[in-house]
Design a protein around this ligand. Sequence first.
Ligand code: DOR
Ligand code: ZN
Length: 358
Amino acid sequence: MIQLPGLIDPHVHLREPGATHKEDFDSGTSAALAGGVTIVLAMPNTKPPIFDADTLDLALNAAKQKARCDYGQYVGAGPDNSDWTSHKAESDRAAGLKMYLDSTFGELRLDDMTLWSPHFANWPKDLPIVAHSESRSMAAAILFAAIHDRPVHIAHISLKEEVLLIKAAKERGIKVTCEVCPHHLFLSKDDIPAISHGHPGRGEVRPRLATKEDVDALWKNMDVIDCFATDHAPHTISEKDSDNPPPGFPGLETFLPLILTAVHDGRLTMDDVIAKLHTNTKRIFNLPEQPATWVEVDENAQYEIKASEQFTRCNWTPFEGWKVRGRVRKVVLRGKTAFEDGKILAEPGYGKNIRFFN
Ligand code: DOR
Ligand code: ZN
């Protein structure tokens, strides 16, 4: 048995408000605890999106009543809300500012670079800006960070050109950090037929699964990658198999076992795990210490991933049938056993907002 610090996932979609049949703060934070995750940072591309005081109230009230692990809530950068987001009373209650610079699920997207500037200029420098920006728009986001001399965190990098650009930017002292998702480390576009089971929508995710060469470049440049994040993006199996499949994979419950299997195979070290699932994430996102919090993991337990055993509402996983090593046995969160041997023991409402911790 090994003991790990509470894991942090800075990129989850909990679908509340607006699509709680896919997930809500209760089911999503249950999935988090089952995966050894004690802090989730929730994305703002909900319905409605979280981009003003009323919608932030809506999400935070739901979280306060329903979350079983600790959480933060991002606000979304819109075409005309930078005055609101930069009010200290508002930014202080957000996990960070999410900027959608490429198209994906939901309505939040900033097409025109003139709309980026007020956000880069006004968002507090000690709070993260997280950019969904792929390829060339990522290069532009890094340039904006350099011009404004402020940090930017690039979500879910997937390409060789991206990891190499971030490496070069870091070497020149630009304040850029990045995360990578397990699905971009363990799957390439060659795996789409196997994931799909005849339903091509199941392979849809943004950023798309990349080539083997891209996957290899991420592994080769592991030192450039600051943290791991799931981009847990639950959509139901019937939505995935429909004529208009939304992009996204669930990930909270497969996160740690996939990473620990890579440790077992000698592709990652336990130091990587602690740095990229806890220490670096905590620093980048300015997160508080969770006292008396740890995760007990049977690192040798071998088992098959099964969607039917998961707490997420979406009822599928692209990793169905994968044989992995490492099972979460127990999660202690702020002195209380929150998960043990397959059972969620923390009540809805036990979770705290990481921006109002003390
Ligand atoms: O595949 C994705 N799904 N990528 C995103 O950026 C959004 C996410 C979602 O919300 O479903
Ligand atoms: Zn996302």
